[in-house]
Write a protein that binds this ligand. Structure first.
Ligand code: ZN
Length: 284
């Protein structure tokens, strides 16, 4: 027996199940694609063995892929094995593909980006402007390399963007009526606010907290979601219900369509998969 140099990283795992010689032979005779799929199936063998997968096309990594689900809550656990994206990120990109097929050449503003969908916008859209909100930082200035913007008083001129994207942001915004109005102001005619938000058709909108002249008032027990820029999390201000579309029309005059696409071939399934498209009419 002579010493064989062991490759680093994931390759090393196969040496545990395949004799070295067989592994090297497979590497020589199998095309890269086949090797990739064998490795992928092996890495997810627990899920594949239980039938918790399907093949399809991921609109974020733009390739044939396999989707796997680890838990019953698909919204967070139905992943593309190539880019590890979740359904709502894929849903936003799919709706952009449908409504604005040329989005890569448009001007897109995204407030509070996070996840693989935002990464794709940043990578592929040349006129993509991301922002985060930090209390105490002057809106319109750059902080930690990112523009600071308050959705309720944006510093952009009127008619600045073709598309505004927000992904699970509007449940956290205090004074959401101002934010919807501001989004409409910075959109060009024919442009749209494309967004996701936890939303239920089964109840009316429920406000959990509001800003008053006396300060922040809690109307329900404080609840928080993860926040990409703050470990304390983001306070849930509003649980949106079936009057959301009317609320948007009342405060921004935008007309909203709701896309609810469930298609396992695109890895689109799960809870709260609605994508809202609030369009600014031409000439308005
Ligand atoms: Zn993917």
């Amino acid at each position: 027996m002579h010493e064989v140099e062991r490759p680093e990283g994931s390759q090393q795992r196969y040496s545990k199940v395949l004799p070295m010689g067989l592994r090297d032979m497979l590497r020589q005779v199998l095309p890269g694609d086949v090797r990739y799929w064998l490795r992928t199936i092996y890495n997810h063998r627990n899920l594949v063995g239980r039938g918790r997968f399907n093949l399809g096309y991921c609109v974020i990594c733009e390739r044939q892929t396999m989707f796997v689900w680890e838990g019953v809550y698909l919204r967070d656990h139905y992943r593309c094995v190539r880019c590890w994206s979740i359904p709502r990120w894929r849903a936003v990109i799919q709706v952009l593909n449908l409504c604005y097929p040329g989005w890569r050449d448009l001007s897109i503003f995204e407030s509070s980006p996070g996840g693989m969908g935002s990464e794709q916008l940043k990578r592929e859209c040349v006129r993509y402007v991301p922002s985060h909100f930090w209390p105490g930082i002057e809106p319109g200035t750059v902080f930690r390399g990112v523009r600071c913007e308050d959705l309720t008083r944006l510093t952009f001129p009127d008619d600045s963007f073709d598309v505004v994207v927000t992904q699970d942001v509007f449940e956290h915004v205090l004074r959401p009526e101002r934010a919807f109005s501001e989004v409409a102001r910075v959109l060009r005619s024919g442009g749209s606010h494309v967004f996701t938000v936890p939303f239920s058709r089964d109840h009316r909108t429920f406000v959990r907290a509001e800003m008053t002249p006396a300060g922040l008032q809690y109307l329900a027990r404080p609840e928080y979601h993860g926040n990409p820029i703050n470990d304390e999390g983001a306070l849930v201000v509003t649980e949106w219900g079936d009057d959301l579309v009317d609320f948007i029309r009342r405060h921004s005059h935008l007309d909203t369509e709701i896309y609810n696409i469930h298609d396992r071939r695109l890895g689109l399934d799960g809870e709260y998969l609605d994508v809202f498209v609030s369009r600014k009419r031409n000439g308005s």
